[in-house]
Ligand binder design. Structure first.
Ligand code: IMP
Ligand code: MG
Length: 332
């Protein structure tokens, strides 16, 4: 299972796309809120973004599942299915909630959501509110999705019982959790590892590994506190200025935050860490795929993180291509 350790946008998409290629899982299943998350990965010079499908979409033999806890925007899902030619390997749970235009309109009209919280405007908050009221439409009630409906928790548990590899993809990040983030500047659900288990319908003891993904620095979009936030000018100077993959909004930036990382490791019961975008901090890391070939200052950065946090950094991102990874896992 892979989850975000900060405020989303840690680079989970690229790590998952790499794992999907390298480990060839039978199933990749997406948890998290819904199409408010955009996961990005690049392969052979082409950039892909997924807001509904798992980031394993390029592996033609991996089944792509969306868990019951995830909200589905049918239009977004169907366009991604077509883009990846994944008609015969995409399945959404019968009980995925459906986002309709009215949810999007509400998300974008409200001063509170759009103005104060700075939501992505994708309708997820209002849809989850309707779900709590038990008035939300379910995937099983949408004819255009009928070919893709499945009992996803059943498929995932059956695969695990059969000894098959399952890659579970969390979205957003720990500090956007409705329960554990800085309320009210959070998303509309819990997005820690426990929440992701619930989204896809597995019990906590089924998870072998929780890979918490941190970026080498911290970014955040929308409102809410960000300790040691850099000025726009300073972020630009350091090359940390980023733009949101769903909304295009400029991301706020700050240095790596050990206190947040420590708490995140506990909230998610991390067994491994990934640190992405090391090449942005240390340009001579770009595209390096062997740990020994990283420059000494970059290795020290990683070793400081491991020393401080007490969890091994098993994956290091060194570029946008899904293969631009230092993979330090002992077994795969
Ligand atoms: P919502 O999830 O669209 O309701 O937005 C609530 C807050 O979570 C806003 O600050 C969004 O910018 C943030 N957010 C939601 N999803 C993501 C994500 O995938 N990456 C980064 N920020 C996100
Ligand atoms: Mg993102």
């Amino acid at each position: 299972m892979t989850v975000g350790g900060f405020f989303g946008d840690e680079g989970k998409g690229k790590i998952i796309a790499y794992l999907a290629k390298k480990d060839n899982p039978a199933i990749a299943v997406r948890g998290g809120v819904g199409p408010n998350a955009g996961h990005t990965f690049a392969f052979e010079g082409k950039e892909y973004k997924v807001r509904m499908l798992p980031s394993a979409a390029l592996n033609p033999t991996t089944r792509l599942l969306v868990g019951a806890g995830v909200l589905v925007n049918p239009q977004v899902l169907l366009s991604e299915v077509a883009m990846f030619k994944a008609e015969d390997r995409t399945y959404v749970d019968a009980q995925c909630g459906i986002i309709e235009q009215a949810h999007i309109d509400r998300d974008r009209a409200e001063d509170h959501l759009k103005g104060k919280i700075g939501t992505t405007g994708t309708g997820t908050g209002p849809a989850n509110a309707d779900r709590a009221l038990r008035t939300l439409k379910m995937a099983k009630d949408v004819p255009e999705l009928s070919l893709y409906i499945e009992d996803v928790s059943n498929s995932v548990n059956y695969a695990l019982e059969s000894g098959e590899k399952v890659l579970v993809e969390g979205t957003q990040g720990t500090y956007l959790s409705l329960f554990h983030g800085g309320y009210p500047y959070v998303t509309s659900k819990d997005v820690t590892a426990s929440g992701i288990c619930s989204d896809v319908g597995i019990g906590p003891k089924r998870v072998d590994d929780v890979l918490v993904v941190f970026k080498a620095y911290v970014t955040r979009v929308g409102g809410g506190p960000l300790d040691n936030e850099l000025s726009e000018e300073e972020a630009k100077k350091r090359g940390w200025l980023e733009f949101g993959s769903v909304t295009g909004r400029q991301r706020r930036a700050a240095p790596f935050d050990f206190a947040l990382a420590k708490k995140s490791i506990r909230l998610n019961s991390a067994t491994q860490l990934a640190v992405t975008k090391l090449d942005i901090m240390f340009p001579s890391c770009a595209r390096v795929r062997q740990y020994e070939k990283l420059p000494a200052d970059a290795r020290k950065y990683i070793e400081d993180i491991e020393g401080e946090l007490g969890v091994p950094v098993t994956m290091i991102g060194t570029g946008p291509e899904l293969d631009d990874v230092v993979d330090r896992r002992k077994t795969t």
